[in-house]
Design a protein around this ligand. Structure first.
Ligand code: ADP
Ligand code: MG
Length: 409
């Protein structure tokens, strides 16, 4: 059943608890990349402009010791948010207690406060209250507000107190605009794809992606394989893969996937090899049949790019996870660039790229605006591509059934 979105939620005059993803890189108190703060603005502004009182909160990194609190405070984020919003953001350096409760009760319509890193609660003598979804904590945070909005996709694959805990203790909840977009694009592409639907899988290891491969093989019309994982498949076909990344213990699995997939699965025909995992050594293109024992395949070759581009022709849905090669080094980035180009030339297709490194590659290589959607959720994107239920989303209220009743379904 579809989940309530922000537009379905009454926020006027309400104390709105908003779980955002402000897990930004901070070094010595300076924010190195504020994209996640900017990305939360539409949700926050919508609530403020529609008469809500916002109580915003997020985790920031992992908090394991008392000392971690110094580098993991959200204070600099509150300051940056204030600049971006152009209105005061009251920061409460606590995750609970009298000061926070008083500040919440003093909030007026159109005002916002932020409280401290939710993972400070992981230092509780009773255990990791936030990360283990301690029932007391979710209930307490829920008691601070009237309604709840989850706009943190990156942690939606985890059941924490700040998402599942609160949502289970509050009647009215919704997903924010960022989560809504992720559900629409990834969910839409995987569950109701316009066909032909082509999936592209790459990245480091088969073992990280078994669930994604299996789910997408089931749903897509074609599955293109590149990246480090291609060598386990090539080896399963009896080829010499030299010193390339290989997972011996996944050879049987690769064989059974190859068998099941038949000609749905498309493998590279050539690869860029070097003798060392370095950018400043000689490299060359060889056929996947011609690797020497000391060759290390670090990218797909130009004929593979051509083949993949041809397979992508006419696609109406493309889902991509995992770079085609070691894109971090310029000599081995051409395969990933080539596939980005092929996708950029598709007309009228829904194109989604997800996964931490995959999203980074698309952005770094300059193709961010060529995709319909870049999923920045990392682990959450992967679990969603695997077809798993995301607990942080599942806990949100369902859209009204239309029968006029007021309870959750
Ligand atoms: P994502 O984070 O998008 O899910 P992965 O973490 O699975 O993607 O894979 C990304 C990593 O895979 C990159 O760091 C890239 O350098 C590496 N990679 C891609 N191709 C190869 C290869 N042929 N050999 C070794 N590493 C590779
Ligand atoms: Mg990764």
């Amino acid at each position: 059943m579809a989940k309530k979105t922000l537009h379905d939620l009454e926020v006027a005059g309400k104390k709105v608890l908003v779980r955002v993803d402000f897990n930004v890189p901070i070094k010595e108190g300076v924010i190195k990349d504020d994209n996640r703060i900017k990305a939360a603005l539409p949700t926050l502004k919508y609530i403020l402009e529609n008469g809500g009182k916002v109580i915003a909160f997020s985790h920031l990194g992992k908090v394991k010791t008392e000392e971690d609190k110094v580098s993991k405070t959200l204070a600099p984020v509150a300051k940056r948010l204030e600049e971006l919003l152009g209105k005061p953001v009251k920061f409460i350096p606590q995750t609970r207690g009298a000061e926070l409760e008083a500040a919440v009760n003093e909030l007026k319509t159109g005002e916002i406060l932020m409280f401290e890193n939710t993972r400070f609660e992981d230092l509780s003598p009773e255990g990791k209250k936030e990360s283990k979804n301690d029932p007391e904590l979710g209930k307490y945070w829920a008691s601070l507000g009237d309604v709840y909005v989850n706009d943190a996709f990156g942690t939606a694959h985890r059941a924490h107190a700040s998402n599942v805990g609160i949502a289970s203790n509050i009647e009215n909840s919704a997903v924010g605009f960022l989560v809504e977009k992720e559900l629409k694009f990834i969910g839409g592409a995987v569950d109701e794809p316009k066909r032909p639907f082509v999936a592209i899988l790459g990245g480091a290891k088969v073992s990280d992606k078994i669930g994604v491969i299996e789910n997408l093989l089931d749903k897509a019309d074609k599955v293109i394989i590149g990246g480090g994982m291609m060598f386990t498949f090539l080896k399963a076909l009896g080829k010499n893969t030299g010193k390339s990344l290989l997972e011996e213990d996944k050879l049987e699995l690769a064989k059974s996937i190859l068998e099941k997939a038949g000609n749905k699965l498309i493998l590279p025909v050539d690869t860029v090899v070097a003798k060392e995992f370095k950018n400043d050594v000689d490299f060359k293109v060889v056929s996947v049949d011609d690797l020497a024992d000391d060759d290390m395949g670090l990218d797909i070759g130009p004929d593979s790019v051509k083949l993949f581009a041809k397979e992508l022709e006419g696609a109406k849905t493309v889902v991509w996870n995992g770079p085609m090669g070691v894109f971090e080094m310029s000599n081995y980035a051409k395969g990933t660039i080539g596939v980005c180009e092929a996708i950029a030339h598709l007309s009228d297709a829904i194109t989604v790229i997800g996964g931490g490194d995959s999203a980074a590659a698309a952005i770094q290589l300059g193709y961010a605006d060529k995709f319909s959607h870049i999923s920045t959720g990392g682990g959450a994107s992967l679990e969603y591509l695997e077809g798993k239920v995301l607990p942080g989303v599942a806990a949100i209220a369902d859209k009204s059934c239309g029968c006029g009743c007021s309870h959750k379904h």
